[in-house]
Design a protein around this ligand. Sequence first.
Ligand code: PLP
Length: 429
Amino acid sequence: MKEELINTNGDLSSTDAEDTVKETLEKYEKYVNPGFAQLMRILGTTLEVKTEGVYMYDTKGQKYLDFLSGHGVYNLGYCHPKVVKAVEDQIKKIAQTSARTIMNKPMADLCERLAKVTPGDLTYSFICNSGTEAVEGSLKLARAATGKTQIIAADNAFHGKSLGSLSATGRSVYREPFKPLIPDVDHVPFGDIEALKAVINGNTAAVILEPIQGEGGVICPPDGYLRAVRDLCNETGVLLILDEVQTGFGRTGRMFACEYEDVIPDIMALAKALGGGVMPIGAFIATPKAFAPFITDPLLHTSTFGGNPLACAAANATIDTIIKEDLPKQAAEKGKYLLAKLNKLKQEYPGVIVDVRGKGLLVGIEFADEGLAGGTIYELEQQGILVLHMLNNPKVVRIEPPLIITYEQIDFMLKVLREAMEQNKSLSS
Ligand SMILES: Cc1ncc(COP(=O)(O)O)c(C=O)c1O
């Protein structure tokens, strides 16, 4: 089984592979970041040289089965042929826009698709280049649309690391060195509607939430929470921003996670999987009412590269493929299967696995401590399976494969995980 799925590819090994790794590490040391170089050295990292489907290959010819998806980027797997072809076709025509005053069809096509694929009256989109920019723009829009300043976010949220998004991000280790962050941003416990009620006031512009906290450790709020937040925002005239940067595009078993509670935000932030794992792209989409300030002054918020035809062509092909292959349904079904098996594993290893949770193929395994999580990540990687912990919660290992993963590949990962649990058990006993 292992041989079938992994280590079958030897053709990438080359005699100068070791030299290339050494040379790259030296450049990391001299020109990228010595701290990173040190980390790479400790981890014994090689170089990724090729990606295809659900596999990544390194210079040693090792084939890694991806259960990480670049933190939610590779919903379609790596280099999906439809997305690659769309980009190849587009690059022969026009890659970057020449002037804002000349229209850009791939971007208009993408905005139309986003309006159709997102729920309710989310209509107008601004296209940018990353998740943090999508959140940045959403926060700016909320302040401009309401004329108010307070933003309420959740403890342990992850919204990105540029200054505005970081102000909403809830992990102090990322925040402290950059204080003071933007003013008037408050945090409340995720899932606690009473706590939110207590801080909303006459100067609140928006509440920003992830429908499921990804980097926080795959935290699903109590049933009814998002609906209650929507109702509260309606009653108080506060905008609701949903950050679907990681949960969007089928990851949780619906096209967007907010669909589980039929909640339509005023502004939705998107990125990651939108580029099909081929191009970097982000977006925020808003209702006509919330988008009004950017209609009055279309130059109020701009980006040189945002909406470039190349990235938009990738995004158009991505959305079409997600719909055609019904990836949200696939994620829902495979996620249920995976979660049931992981729950069994949790029962078998109670001192090691504290909890398993998630929706669709956004699944987290919470270990008793960071060491056990780290050890498991290492063990899996040794066996050619890529997983990683969550940025805000190192005790939680993400199981976040491409949505095209097969049941056989899931079973293989589970088998290797069980072996790692045995290893953990013997270490902890
Ligand atoms: C929910 C959420 N929002 C925003 C971001 C930031 O995205 P980016 O890294 O593209 O800036 C992330 C990244 O993990 C995320 O998970």
